[in-house]
Design a protein around this ligand. Sequence first.
Ligand SMILES: [Mn+2]
Length: 424
Amino acid sequence: MINQDIIDASNDDFKTDLHTDYESLGARLDRRGISIDAIKQKVAGYGIAVPSWGVGTGGTRFARFPGAGEPRGIFDKLDDCGVIHRLTGATPSVSLHVPWDKADPADLLSKADEVGLSFDAMNSNTFQDQAEQAHSYKFGSLSHTDAATRAQAVEHNLECIALGDKIGSKALTIWVGDGSNFPGQVNFTRQFERYLDAAAQVYAGLPADWRLFTEHKMYEPAFYSTVVQDWGTNLMIAQHLGDQAFCLVDLGHHAPNVNIEMIVARLVHAQKLGGFHFNDSKYGDDDLDTGSIDPYRLFLVFNELVAAEGVAGFDPMHMLDQSHNVTDPIESMMSSAMEVQRAYVQALLVNRAELEGAQDSNDALTAQAALKTAFRTDVEPILAMARLEKGCAINPIAAYRAAGYRAKVAAVRPAIAAGSSGIV
Ligand SMILES: [Mn+2]
């Protein structure tokens, strides 16, 4: 993996400047009544899960251009995820996708232990057909018109729970591609009722300490309608299923310009916010690197999360969900994990008393300025110091490149043929 000597040598390049910058920021935050060390402790304790599929190069509907040294299977993926956490100290867990990551639970646990990771939510897959399966998902899975196909999809989700239970996971995330491409193709109501009935059968198989997350998505692969298209439908599902069911918000799964931070607030109010898939987008479900397009929106989401801290039962799971087409996936995931931490820290800096006072007195300008003051603060020294104190890298990208990890794994992992398509 990454040798500590390489991390230390890289840190030597940045350490002096970091101490100067941390002290200077500390003095400025002190004037705002904020303890920099307290903020650093909070971010040091913050972790975000990485998806196993995120360490592979993604693709579009048109093509996929594989990178060097791509992981050959789940054990290579866990190595790569271990590197991300080793350098950033920000990603202590991995989210598995079944059947892509199916393996012996004892082997999974032993590998996770070796690379210092644990397992986050399990993800089922009923949006593509597997070689051995009896019924096709071409026309849907949990909402399919055919009872045997629905039963097969339910059974697959129960298998995911069974595997997850053996490796310490505590949640199942369900996203279905079910929907329609033509007006009139499906009966909206009957299709939704079939989905609810099948989802209830999955829910019935949850262990008592598990949560079920359902993820809404407006379109794709179905382009006219999807069964779980928006947060309203998602909330109906979670409320229909019961106390262990929650809504998962993927930032890319909304119409352009939708106020996602307000959706977050509504789900907090309903006590149904289960978690996030972080990514960024310009047009649709672009799966771009978190914070690369609209870091202010990410901050506004975290502003709602920080405001909700301490609310009973409020414990959303955080995960990245991106597709990397033109970057080294490890570099993108490290960068994105740090962007999420940055948004969290900026949201911690919001002067809540000032904000609430301005809201109550209808002083719109002061209210927005309270947010902007926090957002404009360059919190990088806090993030970097938290990393340094954990023995991680002040500059993870620089340390990763210095370690030559990609070239090392490319020497042992065979190149994948170019030209294959598909969104990963
Ligand atoms: Mn997602």
